[in-house]
Design a protein around this ligand. Structure first.
Ligand code: MN
Length: 353
């Protein structure tokens, strides 16, 4: 069988598409939601809170595997449906965990992304099935897994029909530690050296308490993680699982502010608007020139002028420290559009006279 290999750092970064979200490309996407889907009201409240604060994906557990057999096992497929409904309501793509191969297809019909939990990282049959669902997959590192074992688990997914795989560091078993596990922050840059797959960090499960989620999340951002998975509950004290670890909406709001993601996204939006305004002005001028050329019987296309213009923008790209080829590619599109509109104006003018 062809080897797809997760271990090829020289390959370009894999971008994982989940609806409109591009993990590995977008500015620090945050996946958020409660540890477990507990009811429609709870899931809806969580969804509205995280969507309003800038989360990119909605997450909630429907199939749970608590450390104790007496813990909450989740709402099952009904919980998946509740999650999907909440996602539609707030217009966010959804992700949830599957525990058994036989659940996978039914779950994949409802959600946009499939999660493999840390306890299932080396469940190879589950990985084979998950890799064939046609959905992107989040693969959590097992608490006792080496990085090598983690990447081999990813390889099981890649060996099926997908390269849409995201890795999640969520804490490993050490001695000491303030939670049950220790967040292996060093794993993030290490794995990014070894693989082209995006790497997220879950700062919740190793934190040992919600108050430590923010510093761990900032550490994750600092070491170059591609985003976060964080647990948020409308009322953590009433949560049926991981209560002490989950942020309440105020805590999530403070986290998103501290990450600065929303602020940066707004700045990008403003720049994009400015770019569009400049393009509109450029087009207006080009059309005015086109009318003059038309009146003088000159052709629309002026190759010498175009070459001169491209030389100018390449020079500016060099000064700004961005790739001149990339900028030229963009301008080819702008010029092509401008020429098309000039032609349209001319043919309109000819038919009306
Ligand atoms: Mn949890």
């Amino acid at each position: 069988m062809e080897r797809k290999t997760a271990r090829a750092a020289d390959r370009p970064q894999t971008v994982v598409h989940v609806g409109p979200v591009r993990i590995g490309h977008d500015l620090f996407p945050v996946i958020a939601g409660p540890c477990a889907v507990e009811s429609e009201a709870q899931m809806m409240a969580a969804a509205e809170a995280v969507a309003g604060l800038g989360a990119s994906l909605l997450r909630g557990g429907a199939y749970k595997q608590p450390g104790s057999p007496y813990g909450f096992r989740g709402m099952g497929i009904e919980g998946v449906e509740v999650l999907a409904e909440a996602g539609r309501h707030v217009d966010l793509p959804t992700v949830t965990q599957v525990l058994e191969p036989r659940q996978a297809e039914a779950v994949a019909e409802h959600v946009d992304m499939i999660e493999i939990g840390s306890g299932s990282m080396q469940d190879y049959e589950l990985l084979r099935v998950a890799g064939r669902l046609g959905r992107p997959v989040v693969l959590r590192r097992g608490p006792s897994a080496t990085i090598d074992e983690w990447l081999w688990a990813a390889e099981y997914l890649l060996a099926e029909e997908t390269d849409q795989v995201v890795l999640v560091e969520r804490g490993i078993r050490t001695f000491g530690g303030s939670g049950s596990d220790t967040l292996d922050i060093n794993a993030v840059p290490t794995v990014k050296e070894l693989t082209h797959l995006p790497v997220l960090v879950d700062p919740s499960h190793a934190s040992g308490g919600a108050a430590r989620v923010m510093p761990l999340a900032l550490a994750a951002q600092g070491v170059g993680a591609d985003g976060l998975i964080v647990e948020v509950h409308p009322e953590p004290a009433a949560a049926r699982s991981d209560g002490p670890l989950q942020l309440d909406p105020d805590g999530f709001s403070a986290l998103m502010d501290a990450l600065g993601v929303n602020r940066m996204r707004r700045a990008v939006d403003m720049l994009d608007r400015e770019v569009v305004r400049l393009l509109a002005r450029r087009l207006e001028l080009a059309l005015a020139i086109g009318r003059v050329k038309s009146a003088r019987g000159m052709p629309v296309r002026a190759p010498i002028r175009e070459a001169e213009l491209l030389a100018v923008i390449r020079e500016e790209a060099d000064i700004q420290g961005i790739d001149p080829d990339h900028v030229e590619e963009l301008f080819e599109l702008v010029l092509a559009h401008s020429r098309r509109l000039q032609h349209q104006e001319r043919t309109k003018g000819e038919t009306s006279t």
